[in-house]
Ligand binder design. Structure first.
Ligand code: SF4
Length: 335
């Protein structure tokens, strides 16, 4: 965006540096605050470039914890997306970004999947979700510490724009975040994952696994029919080799579906001798889906079986479920 403005007006390189410093690092609230640029140039910029690609329509804050969900309207076509800021007690401010409007994957437990697919977000729209919260955090002398691609959409199916956004997040001139602070999550598109690895991706990887065997996975996640566990784990092995980093496996625990003792044992076997951490997520109810959250007893039993088998795991503290901002609950409507 700004690069083409600089080029079109034949501006010196330092104008770009000034822009990046104020727009991304200082997180200014409008082009009027771009005070390192002369007024006439700012006015020209305002005429040619939108300060924001998204309009925040509604913001809801969880009473239970420090989670904030925002409903954004896309300036291009009026569609809605959602983004969540999770403030942790240890000081981390993690933003869960969306990369699509809806999602074509259709996982059985996910509110976004129920919407169907309505479009890909641009890299700019992904970045603007983060900038919205960064502007709020900077006012409190805080900043964005982590970004997770776990909102609406499957990042592997909008890879070009996702990579463009990651470039802005990690570029030293822009948001200058360490790639260790960026997590990309996928439901298991093995070929696209391979492409991501070929780019030299150094961020963290999270796999939405949710079932410990092929048969059950196919009933919960249609992607599993196209790319089976064997294909997926072949690519994941490459990631382990390339980055020597632990992969997080997301596992939503659903009562009597995937939370039995046999499932925990199968999962332990599947992840044995891998650089793996399992994130056990108590299921968050969504409208129109008949699943129930596993009992506390089953959740702890499941976790213990993994621990006893030497598989690192944690039970995720559910954040934002009172405002439908928890995992699997984003559906483009705040509140
Ligand atoms: S879990 Fe992820 S991949 Fe599956 S439908 Fe929801 S948003 Fe799409």
């Amino acid at each position: 965006m700004i690069e083409s403005f600089i080029e079109k007006h034949n501006l010196p390189k330092y104008r770009l540096n000034q822009f990046n410093e104020q727009f991304y690092k200082q997180a200014i609230h409008s082009f009027d605050e771009l005070t390192t640029w002369p007024k006439d140039l700012r006015e020209q910029l305002k005429k040619e470039l939108e300060f924001n690609s998204l309009i925040p329509e509604k913001q809801v804050h969880s009473q239970k914890d420090n989670t904030t969900k925002v409903l954004f309207k896309r300036k291009t076509n009026g569609q809605y997306i959602e983004t969540v800021l999770m403030r942790y007690k240890d000081g981390r401010n993690s933003i869960c970004v969306s990369c699509m409007v809806g999602c074509p994957v259709g996982c059985s437990f996910c509110a976004t999947g129920k919407l169907g697919f309505h479009g890909n977000l641009s890299a700019r729209e992904i970045v603007d979700q983060v900038m919205y919260f960064k502007r709020q955090l900077v006012k409190e002398n805080q900043t964005v510490t982590n970004i997770v691609f776990m909102g609406m959409g499957e990042p592997m199916l909008n890879l070009k724009e996702v990579l463009g956004a990651i470039d802005t997040f990690t570029s030293p001139e822009k948001l200058a975040m360490s790639s260790r602070r960026i997590t990309v999550s996928t439901s298991g598109y093995a070929p696209q994952l391979k492409t991501l690895l070929k780019t030299g991706f150094k961020g963290k990887l999270a796999i939405s696994l949710h079932a410990p065997n092929q048969e059950l996975r196919e009933t919960m996640m249609p992607v599993a029919k196209a790319f089976d566990l064997e294909q997926l784990f072949t690519v994941l092995k490459d990631y382990e080799k390339q980055n020597n980093k632990i992969i997080t496996y997301e596992y939503i625990l659903i009562d009597h579906i995937n939370d039995q003792e046999k499932h925990a044992k199968q999962l332990a076997k599947l992840l044995k001798n891998r650089l793996a951490h399992v994130n056990l997520i108590p299921y968050n109810p969504i409208f129109g889906v008949d699943y129930k959250r596993s009992s506390k007893n089953n959740i702890h039993k499941f976790s213990k079986i993994l621990t006893d088998a030497g598989i690192s795991n944690t039970i995720r503290v559910t954040m934002g479920d009172d405002v439908n901002a928890a995992c699997g609950q984003l559906a483009g409507q705040a509140g």
